[in-house]
Design a protein around this ligand. Structure first.
Ligand code: C2O
Ligand code: CU
Length: 436
């Protein structure tokens, strides 16, 4: 903390060298280390200040994905940090407890910067809203003990263990890899000493969509998504995450019995050809959990997690429509000098988003967490019942989203909305809006 009571973080992006497998180390970029960056953590009501230093040979930025904050603190393409330069945004955390993350956002270079290793988690807490229940019910929340960050990425390595950044001509989504990293390591395993563990899954991959489940098909409980906890726990056997989406799951372990978190072929809604080249046929082992022979008992899960009053009804008229097609939204590619629209502070807006080109996309909005009102006119499934900032858009399926830009108006500095398939974002599948 500084003299003003602000929580201060120091981050420095720089090149590194990282041993991913036997042989030559991989040339990477990292934040305060060779690959990825530290987990930042702050509580609701706390004021944070992050000192970002750029030790890279080119300009970058750090964007606080999912954070509600003033546009000039957002770390998007309008807040570049030059080589050798610094940037020190500050804001007060004012949103629910959630698993957020940070990553670079230089226009045209995001895919490369994230792929090389610049990313980290930003966890938010809200001690006053911690869910509890009768009999001491609570969520596992001892970081590194029973509350575990799981940052999932896929890499394509050449014979010399170097990152292959280009993608095959057959790929519409950008680079896909067959080497899975969890928190930056290959062949990851987790020794566990408690009956239940909470995994905070982040898809920090450039393009790949994962469909997580356990190799033995055991059920688990989905408790949170991008912007915080769900209203109630959802028991399931699969959870699918497109790039930038998060899921918090709680899994029950059996003493001494290994459990393998796996990614099963995702449901992409693509044709057979596109599905194959988007990784839609792939099964990948992600993380092996190795429980001790005796496990410390865990409290049962609360029945209620985080009530969220609905921002709007399912039939509220649409305010804005967005067609994702090619490298453009509504026929326009990203232009740093063009503001696409102004949203009014304090007014709930309904956005209808549709991928109209048959390709794989998702949709992310800066500054807010939104509610999914409908998927193809139907009520959203349980995994879309909580706060979201990124959502997968199946081809031709309209999504209605409700959001409100509560404060932080600034007529001059825009926020972004875009596809989080990073190759698409870099090529211009992005727009800008201001809040006035
Ligand atoms: Cu995760 Cu505009 O970004
Ligand atoms: Cu896209």
């Amino acid at each position: 903390h500084d003299a003003g009571g602000r929580k201060v973080f120091h981050l420095r992006a720089a090149p590194g060298s990282h041993r991913l497998r036997p042989g030559r180390p991989t040339a990477t970029w990292g934040v305060n280390g060779a690959y990825l960056g530290p987990t930042l953590r702050a509580a609701r009501g706390e004021t944070v200040r992050v000192h970002v230093r750029n030790g890279l040979p080119e300009a970058t930025s750090l964007h606080w994905h999912g954070m509600h904050l003033p546009a000039r603190m957002d770390g998007g393409p309008h807040q570049p940090v030059e080589p050798g330069g610094t940037w020190s945004p500050t804001w007060t955390v004012d949103q629910a407890a959630a698993t957020l993350w940070y990553h670079p956002h230089p226009h045209g270079g995001t895919a490369r910067h994230v792929y090389r290793g610049l990313a980290g988690l930003f966890l938010l807490d809200d001690p006053e809203a911690e869910p509890t229940g009768p009999g001491g019910a609570s969520l596992p929340s001892r970081y590194g003990v029973d509350d575990i960050p799981v940052i999932v990425q896929d890499k394509h390595l050449d014979e010399d263990n170097q990152l292959v950044e280009s993608h095959p001509l057959t790929s519409e989504v950008g680079v896909l890899g067959d080497v899975i990293l969890v928190n930056g390591v290959t062949g990851p395993y987790l020794p566990a000493g408690t009956e239940r563990v909470r995994l905070r899954l982040l898809n920090a991959s450039n393009a790949r969509i994962y469909r997580f489940g356990f190799a033995d098909d055991r059920p688990f409980t989905l408790v949170g998504t991008d912007g915080g906890l769900l209203p109630t726990p959802h028991r399931t056997t699969r959870v699918q995450l497109s790039p930038a989406e998060r899921a918090e799951i709680v899994v029950t372990l059996r003493p001494g019995q290994r459990a393998v978190l796996r990614s099963f072929p995702p449901d992409l809604g693509l044709n057979v050809w596109d599905r194959r080249f988007a990784g839609g046929d792939d099964t990948l082992d992600i993380l092996e959990i190795r429980p001790n022979r005796t496990l410390e008992p865990s409290p049962r899960l609360p029945d209620e997690l985080a009530a969220a009053p609905a921002l709007a009804d399912r039939d509220t008229p649409v305010d804005r429509r967005f067609a994702l097609n090619g490298f453009a939204i509504n026929g326009k590619s990203m232009d740093m000098r063009r503001i696409d629209f102004a949203a009014t502070r304090g007014v709930t807006e309904i956005w209808e988003v549709t991928a109209t080109d048959g390709a794989q996309h998702n949709f992310h909005v800066h500054d807010v967490q939104f509610q999914v009102l409908s998927v193809d006119g139907e009520p959203p499934p349980p995994e879309l019942a909580g706060w979201k900032d990124t959502v997968h858009t199946r081809p031709g399926v309209p999504l209605r989203l409700a959001m409100r830009f509560d404060d932080h108006s600034d007529a001059a500095v825009p926020y972004m909305y875009h596809c989080h398939v990073l190759y698409h974002e870099d090529r211009g599948l992005m727009g800008q809006f201001v809040v006035v």
